[in-house]
Design a protein around this ligand. Structure first.
Ligand code: F6R
Length: 640
C-alpha cells in the first residue's frame, strides 16, 4: 500500500510530485506529503485526507526546489493523522524519508534509538529510518573526530548512498523507500525490498515511483529495481547498487502502454470507464492467445499461451493462490480446470495458505493469480511454495505459473512462467476489467490443457472457441442497451442495508464477486451464497427489506436456481434476476430482470458479472460515494 514518488532535475519538483501522487492515489489516500530541498533546507508539507488538502497547503508555498520526494498513505502503523503522514524527518530536520511497506523490527530499532536520545513524533514504523540514517552519520562523524585526535590517517567519509545502504541492511520487512538529505541536495537515494519501485529516465531529470502511471506523462523509459537493490538518482544519471554495495549494470526498458489509459476520457469515474473497456480487453486476450486461423478439425491447439509443454504435461493436481477478486476468478478457474481438463484443483486464500499449506505432492502445478502482481499475501505464499520446492528437480521447481496484469511486477519477476492478462492499467480500486481478463486466462489455460490431454471433444472445443469469439460483441450490446435500465434500477436501492447474491455452479463465484463489488464501493452489507445452501441457514435473513440477486443462466443448474429464487420470493424478498430474457417463467418469478445475453453456460460468468459491476457502480455513485477510492481500501495491498 502507499505510493511514493521522487523527482530530481531542473524543474520545480512540487507540481511534478503532486501530479505523480494523483496517479498513485489508488494505492492509499489517508494522508499525503512532500519534502523538497532548497537553499540547503528541507521543506516538508503534509496534510490529512485526500491529496487536494495537500495541494491547498502547497498553494501557499511557491517553491522552485528541483528535488523532492512525496507520499500518499494507506495507514498501517498509526492513525491517518497529519503527524503520521510521510515524509518523516530526523530530529535535525535534514533527512526526509518516504516509505511504502512495513519495517517489521521498528519497535526494537525505536527503543535502541530512543536510548541514544532520538525523539519520535509519530506512531509510524517509517520514522525509525531517518533517525537511523542520522545515527549512522553521527557515528561516522564521531569516528572521524576520534581518528583526527589520534592523529591517525583521515578515514574516508561515507557517502549518502553508503549510509542509506547500512541502514537498509538493518531493516526487516517489505519496503520501498526514497530518501533526501539537505547535506546532499543533488541526490535521492531509493531502495527496494519486496515492495515495488520503478525509476524513470528523462532528459537531465529522473523520477522514481511505486508504479508506472506516476511516470508515463514524463517518460516511458523505466527501470524496475529488484529486491535488495538501491539506486542513487542525481541530475546526471542513475546508479544502481546491491544492498551489499556492489555496483550493478542495468538497462532501462520502454513501457508499452499509453498515458491516455490513465485518464478518465469523459467518464466520471475510472471504474465506469473500466467496465466499458471490457469488450476491448476481452478482444485483446483473444488476439493475444487464440489462433485466428484455427478452424474446427485442426489437430493443433487453437490456443498459444507461450508456455512450455513440459509445464503442464503430466500435472496431476493444481493449487491456485490468490486474494479478493482474484480469488473469485480462481474459483471459476478451478471449475474450468476440473470440468474441462479433468485436473483436481484447489483454490486457497493466499493469506491463509501460508500458515496451513497443503502437503506438496509430486506433479503439482502452483498458480498465483494477482492483477497487480504486488499483493503481499500472494507473493509471500508463492515465495513459501518456491522454498518448499527447493532441493527438488529443476522441472518440479519450474512448475509455477503467475497470472497477472502487470508484467513488470514482482510476481512476474518471481515466477518462471507468466500469463499476461492484457487488461491495460486499472485505476479504480474495485477490480472489473482485470477480473474478466483473469477469467479469459483461465478459459485459455483450461482449454489448452483439455486439448493436450484429450479430455474435450473437437466439437465441444469448437463450440467454446466460437462462443469466446462472440463475447466482445455480446458485452458491447449489453452495455449499449441495458446500462440505463441498471442505472434506473439502482435508484431503488440506495438506502438498502443488506443484499444477498445467489448463484450456483460456475456462477457461484460471480455471486461472491457481485457482493464484494457492492460492499467495497457502496458500503452496503452484501453476501454471496451458493443458491442451494440458503435453505441450510441464511434464508432466515430474508424479508421484504433484503433484495436477492439471483444469477440464473440456462444450463445444468438453471431450474434449481429458479426454485431457490422462488424460495426467497416466498419469504417476501425482492428478486432481481440476472438471466436472459426468455419467457414467462422469469417474468413471473423476478421483480426485476437484468437481461444478459444468452451464451454457453460455461462462458456465462463473463456476461453475468457485468450487470453486477454496473449495479454496484450506480448504487455507489447515486449514494455520492468516492467510487474509485472507497474508504479504507487500496488497489495494491502490499502488506500482509
Ligand atoms: C476487489 C479487489 C481486491 C483485489 C485483491 C487482490 O475489487 O480489487 O479484492 O482483488 O486485493 O488484488 P490482486 O489481484 O492485485 O492481487
Amino acid at each position: 500500500m502507499c505510493g511514493i514518488v521522487g523527482y530530481i532535475g531542473t524543474q520545480a519538483a512540487s507540481e511534478i510530485l503532486l501530479a505523480g501522487l494523483e496517479k498513485l492515489e489508488y494505492r492509499g489516500y489517508d494522508s499525503a506529503g512532500l519534502a523538497t530541498i532548497s537553499e540547503g533546507q528541507i521543506t516538508c508539507v503534509r496534510a490529512k485526507g485526500k491529496l487536494h488538502n495537500l495541494r491547498e497547503k502547497l498553494a501557499e508555498i511557491d517553491s522552485p526546489a528541483p528535488i523532492g520526494i512525496g507520499h500518499t498513505r494507506w495507514a498501517t502503523h498509526g492513525k491517518p493523522e497529519e503527524y503520521n503522514a510521510h515524509p518523516h524527518l530526523d530530529n535535525s530536520g535534514r533527512i526526509a524519508v518516504v516509505q511504502n511497506g512495513i519495517v517489521e523490527n521498528y519497535r526494537d530499532l525505536r527503543k535502541e534509538l530512543k536510548a541514544k536520545g532520538h525523539k519520535f513524533v509519530s506512531d509510524t514504523d517509517t520514522e525509525v529510518i531517518p533517525h537511523l540514517i542520522a545515527e549512522f552519520f553521527a557515528e561516522v562523524k564521531k569516528e572521524k573526530e576520534e581518528e583526527k585526535e589520534k592523529k591517525a590517517e583521515k578515514i574516508a567519509d561515507l557517502s549518502f548512498l553508503e549510509v542509506v545502504s547500512q541502514v537498509v541492511n538493518r531493516l526487516e520487512g517489505a519496503f520501498a523507500i526514497a530518501v533526501i538529505c539537505a547535506d546532499f541536495p543533488d541526490e535521492i537515494i531509493v531502495a527496494r525490498q519486496q515492495a515495488p519501485l520503478v525509476i524513470g529516465f528523462g532528459a537531465g531529470e529522473f523520477f522514481c515511483a511505486s508504479d508506472t502511471p506516476a511516470l508515463v506523462s514524463h517518460t516511458r523509459t523505466v527501470l524496475s529495481l529488484e529486491n535488495g537493490e538501491l539506486a542513487r538518482l542525481t541530475p546526471m544519471g542513475v546508479e544502481v547498487y546491491s544492498f551489499t554495495g556492489e555496483r550493478l549494470k542495468k538497462s532501462p526498458r520502454i513501457l508499452g502502454w499509453s498515458p491516455v489509459l490513465v485518464e478518465k476520457q469523459g467518464f466520471k469515474h475510472f471504474m465506469h470507464k473500466e467496465i466499458y473497456e471490457q469488450p476491448a480487453v476481452v478482444r485483446a486476450c483473444l488476439e493475444a492467445y487464440l489462433d485466428s486461423e484455427w478452424q474446427p478439425g485442426n489437430p493443433h491447439s487453437p490456443i498459444n499461451l507461450n508456455l512450455p509443454k513440459e509445464l503442464c504435461a503430466d500435472v496431476e493436481q493444481i493449487s491456485i493462490l490468490a486474494c479478493g477478486t482474484s480469488w473469485h476468478a480462481s474459483l471459476i478457474g478451478k471449475y474450468l480446470l476440473e470440468q474441462l481438463a479433468n485436473i483436481p484443483t484447489a483454490v486457497q486464500y493466499a493469506s491463509e495458505y501460508r500458515y496451513a499449506p497443503a502437503p506438496l505432492t509430486a506433479n503439482n502445478l502452483t498458480i498465483g493469480v494477482t492483477q497487480s502482481g504486488e499483493t503481499a499475501d500472494t507473493l509471500a505464499a508463492l515465495g513459501m511454495e518456491q522454498q518448499r520446492r527447493a532441493g527438488f528437480t529443476d522441472k518440479f521447481r519450474a512448475r509455477m505459473l503467475g497470472i497477472t496484469n502487470r508484467t513488470e511486477s514482482s510476481i512476474a519477476h518471481m515466477m518462471p512462467h507468466v500469463i499476461n492478462t492484457h487488461a491495460g492499467i486499472e485505476i479504480g480500486v474495485a477490480a472489473t476489467k482485470t477480473f474478466v481478463t483473469q477469467l479469459m486466462a483461465f478459459y485459455f489455460l483450461a482449454l489448452d490443457l483439455a486439448h493436450q490431454r484429450q479430455t474435450i471433444s473437437t466439437e465441444r472445443l469448437a463450440e467454446i472457441i466460437t462462443g469466446l469469439r462472440q463475447l466482445p460483441a455480446e458485452i458491447e450490446k449489453f452495455l449499449e442497451i441495458q446500462e440505463q435500465y441498471v442505472e434506473e434500477l439502482s435508484h431503488q436501492f440506495t438506502d438498502t442495508q443488506d443484499f444477498i447474491f445467489l448463484g450456483r455452479g460456475i456462477n457461484f463465484p460471480i455471486a461472491l464477486e457481485g457482493a464484494l463489488k457492492l460492499k467495497e464501493i457502496s458500503y452496503i452489507h452484501a453476501e454471496g451464497y451458493p443458491a442451494g445452501e440458503m435453505k441450510h441457514g441464511p434464508i432466515a435473513l430474508l424479508d421484504a427489506k433484503v433484495p436477492v440477486v439471483a444469477i440464473a443462466m440456462p444450463g445444468s443448474v438453471y431450474e434449481k436456481v429458479l426454485s431457490n429464487a422462488q424460495e426467497a420470493k416466498a419469504r417476501d424478498a425482492r428478486l432481481i434476476g440476472v438471466t436472459p430474457k426468455q419467457g414467462v417463467a422469469e417474468a413471473e418469478i423476478f421483480d426485476h430482470v437484468l437481461p444478459v445475453p444468452l451464451v454457453d453456460e460455461l462462458l456465462s460468468p463473463i456476461v453475468t458479472v457485468i450487470p453486477l459491476q454496473l449495479l454496484a457502480y450506480h448504487i455507489a455513485a447515486r449514494r455520492g460515494l468516492d467510487v474509485d477510492q472507497p474508504r479504507n481500501l487500496a488497489k495494491s495491498v502490499t502488506v500482509e
